[in-house]
Design a protein around this ligand. Structure first.
Ligand code: AGP
Length: 425
């Protein structure tokens, strides 16, 4: 029997045409596939150094469960999926989040001076929500960048930066390649991933699994909200080892606990949102605007609409409208405005006035009905802590996109030209 210790030259994996042989060094974390002429193939089952992995998904996740489409099922599941994402991770005694999967002690958790988040498409937009949460709660400079751009620009990799890769599938090639580039340069990378045991999950140093269950529809919905929620947990975790007070920690923990019931309340407005979708879907183009916390929500809303209904949609920071896109506003270009009741409310209401003054229709998503002159239609959502607003504001936009796609007769779960997991460059 071959008893030499295995060392892990990277080329060994490529020798896989030769039967892999077991290694007596049981702690080895790579397959020992070194071929030798003197060792014939074993007749008995081969040992493996790999640990078995149990995935808690069942067959019920793969039918539509009585819904017309997977997408509607996945939107409707969000009270449960976000409950699963936070389950067992919130501590009411110290008002912290327990994230053992990060594999980091408190001293290391305190040591990071920046957070850099990478992901593609909707994962990137949830990263923008995450960057804001981390800056607000942990006061660490943070930003998000498309992984597809990051990997090509020869990034400076900083030892004091925590890198966070986001992926529902865990198989997106651009994100995986960016993680590999970071690791190659010695970066500390964690993952926020839904698919257990996926390529990105295996590549990172630790992370947070979403436990949202399989997402079948091409358009991401429940993974988006669970990722945003995972960022709230990460921000709480980073904040509470720094300067976030116990009182603010408690405020966020209690806010997180309220989210499932509040999402349920928004879902109950499904019929009203379906009517609004019928009204707005025939327009060739729509504008989505929001400020600060509302801006990534607007980007995700526009992404959902264009992806499944094929209606052209643009997202802009509301503050940028007058620097160019205001020229597009008119009766043919309605605006979906994200207007939470936060410190930017007055500025957002001024923007609505500017849009209406140019003959543009406004569908507002926020916490209260504004003056009738400022919006044609309003979707009111429940109040929570302002830092958590993006999670609740996203839900009506998912429903709006879904019902617009249905009204236009689109292939909701498999939109043209798109794949669920983009495993090529
Ligand atoms: C979302 O609706 C899109 N289908 C797409 O942007 C997706 O989020 C992106 O391709 C990233 O996928 P991942 O989360 O599996 O990495």
């Amino acid at each position: 029997m071959w008893r030499r210790r295995c060392s892990p030259p990277p080329t060994w994996r490529r020798w896989s045409a030769t039967p892999a042989r077991s290694c007596t060094w049981r702690t080895a974390s790579w397959p020992c596939s070194r071929p030798t002429a003197s060792t014939p193939s074993p007749a008995t089952p081969r040992e493996t150094a790999k640990e078995p992995l149990t995935v808690d998904w069942d067959a019920g996740h793969y039918d539509t469960g009585g819904y017309e489409h997977y997408l509607l099922k996945e939107i409707s599941e969000q009270p449960e999926t976000i409950t699963r994402t936070m389950s067992g991770r919130l501590d009411e005694r110290f008002h912290v989040a327990h994230l053992g999967g990060l594999n980091m002690d408190a001293r290391e958790t305190r040591s990071f001076r920046r957070v850099k988040i990478i992901g593609c498409g909707s994962a990137y937009y949830s990263g923008q929500i995450g960057a804001q949460l981390i800056e607000e709660l942990a006061r660490i400079p943070s930003d998000a960048e498309p992984a597809s751009e990051f990997r090509y620009r020869n990034p400076v990799v900083d030892p004091d930066t925590l890198y966070v890769a986001i992926s529902q599938s865990g198989e997106t090639y651009d994100t995986l390649a960016a993680v590999q580039e970071l690791k190659r340069k010695g970066g500390r990378v964690i993952g926020i991933v839904n698919a257990v045991g996926s390529a990105i999950a295996r590549e990172v140093d630790g992370g947070i699994y979403l436990h949202a269950g399989p997402e079948v529809s091409v358009a991401s919905t429940k993974a988006f909200t669970s990722t945003s929620l995972a960022f709230a947990l990460l921000a709480l975790h980073l904040g509470r080892v720094r300067d976030l007070s116990p009182a603010d920690g408690r405020r966020i923990v209690e806010g997180l606990r309220r989210l499932p019931g509040q999402i349920e309340q928004i879902l109950q407005q499904g019929d009203k949102i379906a009517e609004l979708a019928k009204k707005y879907a025939p327009h060739p183009s729509m504008m989505f605007v929001g400020r600060v916390r509302g801006y990534p929500v607007a980007r995700e809303g526009a992404q959902k609409l264009k992806e499944i209904s094929y209606v052209h949609a643009e997202a802009y920071p509301a503050s940028e409208l007058k620097h160019g896109p205001l020229a597009l506003i008119g009766p043919d270009m309605p605006t979906v405005a994200i207007v939470p009741d936060d410190e930017l409310l007055d500025k957002n209401l001024t923007t609505l006035g500017e849009i209406r003054a140019r003959g543009g229709q406004v569908l507002m998503v926020g916490h209260r009905e504004p003056d009738a002159k400022l919006a044609d239609d309003v979707i009111v959502i429940p109040r929570n802590e302002i830092e958590l607003d993006p999670i609740l504001l996203t839900i009506p936009l998912q429903l709006l996109a879904y019902h617009a796609a249905v009204a236009l007769g689109r292939d909701v779960d498999k939109p043209r030209n798109l794949a669920k997991s983009v495993t090529v460059e």
